[in-house]
Write a protein that binds this ligand. Structure first.
Ligand code: ADP
Ligand code: MG
Length: 239
């Protein structure tokens, strides 16, 4: 793994929500480099800044200060349109709350990133259907989110993050609603994307059953990365 050309590079990134008396410091100086094909996990207590950090990495949220480069581009220098384009072509995001559109079928939800890219409906739905098969939802392609269980909705959200072959996939607790077996299957799919296609994965998780899939794991606390280890060393330290 070369450290000369990271896919993600953060230097002293901070985030403060609100201003004045209402200011909430969420990130207090994050330094981080993540390489192509790495499967990187972030672990830490609720409120420590995990969602804030991955939202900045995914160009969904702007940092307050510091430098954040994604695929060699300094996010602070990109226009809104350029950030939208970066996301549409290069980034997949699995939201903690899934964020599926209630009036669209599972396949249509998965196809949304392709619709945004301008791919034809037929092609987009075909690709979405194939991916839903891969995450174990063959036969549920025409279901609405309200007709699916939490775990099934989570798999739809994961398929949506993969459908446009992004270079970076960012996931907020992707296995939280999945049983052990399904969680392992999803992680094997993600591991294969990283190893075979050089996709970079950044995963927020509390699920110690999936730690072994990581290359590196970072602990976060109160807006800072407090420890950064290989998955092997992390587990040897008693997790
Ligand atoms: P985590 O994902 O680790 O639970 P978050 O990144 O969601 O943490 O939140 C970090 C801190 O920022 C928390 O104190 C949270 O209350 C605060 N926060 C998050 N989002 C907002 C927001 N939109 N406005 C104000 N404060 C926020
Ligand atoms: Mg969160």
């Amino acid at each position: 793994m070369s450290s000369s050309n990271p896919v993600i590079r953060c230097e002293n990134v901070t985030k403060v929500y609100g201003t004045g008396d209402e200011a909430v410091p969420a990130l207090r100086g994050i330094d981080l480099e993540i390489q192509a094909g790495e499967l990187f996990m972030l672990v830490g207590p609720s409120g420590c800044g995990k969602t804030t950090l991955i939202s900045i990495l995914a160009a969904i949220l702007d940092a307050t200060s510091g430098v954040c480069e994604v695929l060699g581009q300094d996010l602070s220098r990109l226009s809104k349109g350029q950030k939208n384009k970066l996301r549409a072509f290069n980034i997949g995001f699995v939201f903690q709350a899934f964020n599926l559109l209630p009036s669209l079928t599972a396949a249509e939800n998965v196809a949304v990133p392709l619709f945004i890219q301008g791919v034809s409906r037929g092609k987009a739905i075909a690709k979405a259907n194939a991916l839903l098969e891969q995450v174990g939802l063959g036969g549920r392609q025409k279901s609405l989110p309200s007709q699916l269980s939490g775990g099934q909705q989570q798999r739809v959200a994961i398929a949506r993050a993969l459908v446009h072959d992004p270079k970076i996939i960012v996931c907020d607790e992707p296995t939280s609603a999945l049983d052990h077996h399904t969680g392992q299957k999803i992680m094997e799919l993600m591991r294969a994307l990283a190893q075979d296609h050089g996709v970079t994965l950044i995963i927020v998780t509390h699920d110690n059953r999936i730690f072994s899939y990581a290359d590196r794991i970072a602990d976060m606390d109160d807006g800072r990365i407090t420890r950064l280890l290989t998955a092997q060393d992390y587990q040897q330290e008693g997790h």
